[in-house]
Design a protein around this ligand. Structure first.
Ligand code: ZN
Length: 193
């Protein structure tokens, strides 16, 4: 599976591996192999090694804590103490080691636990710092992806302009068009065909 990385933050991309949360949730980390693929595609580690069912369960726990905390940040609310504790505990373990091999070439060494610890540490950086004020919720209908708004004007609305953004623009265009058409210019009814 090809995962999407559009949140401008690793931890928020991780939170988005459960999509369309409020309408028809889709679990993208369905199998341990999906988690191995995600940490590899995220550039966290070159070889996550064997990923078992228990690691998948741990990953989902971390993901949900990150999601709830991101939502709290976006709403300007306080985070749940249990979620803060969980994110901190996950980050306490050894993290992925990035070893420079040559100019333009680095090796990322660490198993799945190190990868999750790195995600948790990055989440801690985000939620513990000023960038937490930049966490936004996608304006796309039914989309539950969160992102960090790094736009200069601070007006980014979509997780992904090419998916959520263009879908919304297309339906707004259709609405405008049908609202502004004089009746004699209305599209032909099926009877005219
Ligand atoms: Zn979206």
């Amino acid at each position: 599976m090809d995962f999407t990385f559009v949140s401008d933050h690793l931890a928020l991309d991780f939170a988005a591996t459960l999509t369309w949360r409020t309408s028809y949730p889709i679990e993208l980390l369905a199998e341990p192999a999906d988690l191995a693929a995600w940490v590899t595609q995220a550039g966290l580690t070159d070889r996550p090694g064997r990923v078992g069912r228990a690691a998948l369960d741990r990953a989902r726990l971390l993901r949900e804590a990150v999601y709830r905390t991101a939502l709290a940040a976006e709403r300007g609310e306080g985070a749940a103490a249990a979620d803060v504790r969980l994110i901190r505990e996950y980050a306490a373990g050894p993290q992925v080691v990035v070893a420079l091999k040559a100019l333009g070439e680095a090796e990322r060494r660490g198993g799945i636990d190190q990868a999750l610890a790195t995600v948790a540490a990055r989440a801690g950086e985000l939620f513990g710092g000023d960038d937490r004020h930049l966490v936004r919720h996608c304006a796309g209908a039914s989309c539950t992806r969160l992102f960090v708004d790094r736009s200069r004007a601070g007006n980014r609305r979509w997780c992904d302009k090419l998916s959520c953004g263009s879908r919304a623009n297309a339906s707004a265009y259709r609405r405008r068009k049908s609202a502004s058409l004089p009746s004699e210019m209305a599209p032909p009814s099926p009877h005219d065909a």
